[in-house]
Write a protein that binds this ligand. Structure first.
Ligand code: FE2
Length: 231
């Protein structure tokens, strides 16, 4: 089964539901709090049950529903170990494998750069890149331990080493695009294709992006899986 791609128009965030063919267990990646019921309806309609809730990183632009999904379904919460989310059940490290369903495996790749802890997840010829690699772009690198040097090394050294036909499913898109491939991004990505590390670092240093509106709410909430902190 192809990944099911769901969209949050407020933050332009993609959420994914993945399951093997004729399988009953599913994994959800980067769910958004306002869409918890929508996402559960998809899972139910497809006759699936959630095994894991995965985060690619601690998001600054929306609050996750990971904690609520765990409470409602019993799905295990899994986060990158470098993201500072102590309440998650699974702290993922580079090279880990997540198993679900009958034979499904997700390979965990640590791809620092957008944030220090960011991870990408490889499953059945697809890679879920969070904000590390976007379609014809990449995530910003100016907060949460971000580093343009690290992002360049993660993308060119790790993600571009995947087979060219690997499908790239990004964490965001702002132009109505849905999916790309590693080969296309290697040849065409406006920020990274054919650019030296020095050029890339200079480019990222000149972006002058505004601070995300929700960062002061979203980051603390997401460090507790989107649940209110107990007092
Ligand atoms: Fe992000």
């Amino acid at each position: 089964m192809n990944p099911i791609q769901l969209f949050d128009p407020v933050s332009s965030t993609f959420t994914y539901i993945i399951a093997g063919p004729d399988d009953k267990e599913a994994v959800i990646i980067d769910p958004v709090d306002q869409h918890c019921e929508r996402d559960l309806a998809h899972v139910e309609r497809l006759g699936l049950r959630l095994a894991y809730v995965l985060e690619t990183h601690v998001h600054a632009d929306h609050v996750t529903s990971a904690g609520r999904l765990h409470a409602l379904t019993g799905a295990k919460t899994a986060v990158p170990s470098g993201c500072g989310v102590p309440t998650a059940e699974l702290q993922l490290r580079d090279g880990d494998t997540i198993r679900f369903g009958r034979i499904e495996t997700i390979s965990v790749i640590h791809t620092p750069g957008h944030t220090a802890g960011s991870m990408c997840y490889v499953w059945r010829g697809s890679v879920f890149t969070g904000d590390t690699l976007l379609i014809n772009g990449c995530g910003r690198t100016d907060f949460q331990g971000g580093s343009a040097e690290a992002l360049y090394d993660s993308v060119t050294g790790k993600l571009f080493g995947l087979p060219d036909e690997t499908r790239v499913w990004p964490g965001h898109d702002y132009k109505g695009q849905s999916v790309s491939t590693i080969g296309w991004e290697k040849r065409n990505n406006a920020r990274l294709a054919g650019r030296s590390r020095e050029d890339f670092v200079q480019l990222m240093g000149q972006l002058n992006l505004p601070k995300p509106k929700l960062i002061d709410v979203a980051v603390p909430a997401n460090r507790n899986l989107g649940l209110p902190h107990s007092v």
